[in-house]
Design a protein. Structure first.
Length: 418
């Protein structure tokens, strides 16, 4: 009987001690999950390692609560971020998740949801900043050329400051066939003043589904542009320099002076005596060489960026000087652009930011794309018998008369003012 009582007492004490030990090991862990900018992350999965049944997710403020045995490992996972493992040794945790760039490349946001990039490759094209930095381009639109399947980038002019035409969904019956440009969430009609050095990424939405987000303006496609932002860390200063030369790739072979005289004589346009009378016997002008030469482009960019957990900044200043192939300063494009991007986390629930694009430019151009008055057309039609310049005392009759008429007209204007 005594042995039986001792056995029951032992079992009772064992049950009490086991319950107490279990109660000591099980603990309540609460915490906050944020990203690298200290913004709360919503919907982060929190589970215990080895336990596939339980778990929880963070709420609208990034907070979570979970029951776990002390010393167990908690795993935090979120789409686009690297998983993080933390030991449950404290009742209060603050977890910071870092972005997983490899995963982000495989995911795109479409409308109000998320899809794998592999399933929408035909509808969305992306140009990364690495693709832009390795090219000598002066216009943001040119960054799409050769990098986006199904997007037409039509360059009808090589004049300094000229902007190519973008066609994503062909030509429409609307007023314009140009796509909609959205820069950092702001709709713009043109992006010619945006310097390529300030672009972090460009996405092209090519299908009609984009109209569900941006309306009828997106009927011709959408180009989404994200400019560079400051990164967490000590301040950095960057400098970028580009220099290129330009020249005519191919020019039709033109007649020299003797060939021109023979052609006019055979066509009975002018007699040989008339041509020889108006030719000094030496002039053989190549108007292509007289008008066109080598152009050059130089671009300087200096940038400042930095930040910490509370805020970041990005400052950029770019100077572009493009002197075209026409000799002299007759076709130039000079541009000064500045970009100021900054954001600051004032409170956990309040973030302020600013995005600014400032541009000042100067353009001078010659006549082009005109069958009857373009520069190249005039060069091809000019005769080689005419010299490029004349001595002041040896002007042709028609030029002397034109100058005399101009002087008389100027004299009349001065008399009227008097």
């Amino acid at each position: 009987m005594n042995d039986y009582r001792r056995f029951l007492t032992f079992v009772f004490l064992l049950m009490i001690s086991g319950s107490a030990a279990l109660a000591q090991e099980l603990m309540k862990v609460a915490g906050l999950v944020v990203d690298q900018n200290a913004d709360p992350l919503i919907g982060v999965t929190v589970r215990v390692q080895g336990d596939n049944k339980g778990g929880t997710v963070t709420d609208m403020d990034g907070n979570f609560t979970i029951q776990v045995q002390k010393g167990k490992t908690l795993i935090f996972s979120y789409l686009g971020y690297k998983n993080k493992e933390v030991l449950a040794n404290s009742s209060r945790l603050k977890i910071t998740l870092s972005e997983d760039n490899k995963v982000l490349d495989d995911v795109v946001v479409v409308g109000y949801g998320v899809q794998k990039k592999s399933s929408v490759t035909g509808a969305i094209s992306q140009v990364k900043k690495e693709d832009i930095e390795n090219r000598t381009i002066t216009n943001a639109k040119s960054a799409l050329q050769g990098k986006t399947a199904g997007v037409q980038v039509i360059s009808s002019s090589s004049a300094p400051g000229s902007s190519p035409t973008i066609r994503i969904r062909g030509y429409s019956s609307n007023v314009s066939s140009d796509p909609l440009y959205v820069v950092d969430g702001v709709r713009l009609g043109d992006i010619s003043g945006l310097d390529p050095n300030d672009i972090a990424s460009m996405e092209v939405l090519k299908d009609a589904a984009s109209a569900a987000i941006y309306g009828a303006e997106a009927g011709n496609g959408v180009v989404l542009i994200t400019t560079k932002k400051g990164t967490v860390g000590s301040g950095r200063i960057t400098y970028d320099f580009q220099y290129t030369t330009e020249s005519l790739a191919k020019v039709p072979k033109l007649m020299n002076a003797e060939e021109y005289i023979q052609y006019m004589k055979e066509g009975k346009t002018f007699t040989e005596d008339y041509l020889l009378k108006n030719w000094d016997g030496k002039t053989n002008t190549s108007w292509v060489d007289a008008i066109y030469g080598k152009g050059h482009m130089q671009k300087h960019n200096i940038g400042f960026n930095g930040g910490n957990q509370n805020g970041n900044y990005y400052l950029s200043l770019t100077y572009l000087d493009n002197n075209g192939m026409v000799k002299g300063d007759n076709d130039i494009y000079r541009r000064m652009t500045a970009t100021i991007n900054a954001e600051y986390q004032i409170k956990p629930w309040l973030k302020v930011g600013t995005t600014n694009q400032i541009e000042k430019y100067n353009v001078r151009s010659v006549s082009e794309n005109n069958e009857y008055g373009g520069m190249l057309t005039a060069v091809l039609q000019m005769d080689p018998l005419t010299p490029v310049t004349y001595a002041p005392d040896n002007l042709p009759a028609h030029m002397a008369k034109a100058l005399a008429d101009r002087a008389d007209a100027s004299k009349c204007v001065r008399l009227q003012k008097f």
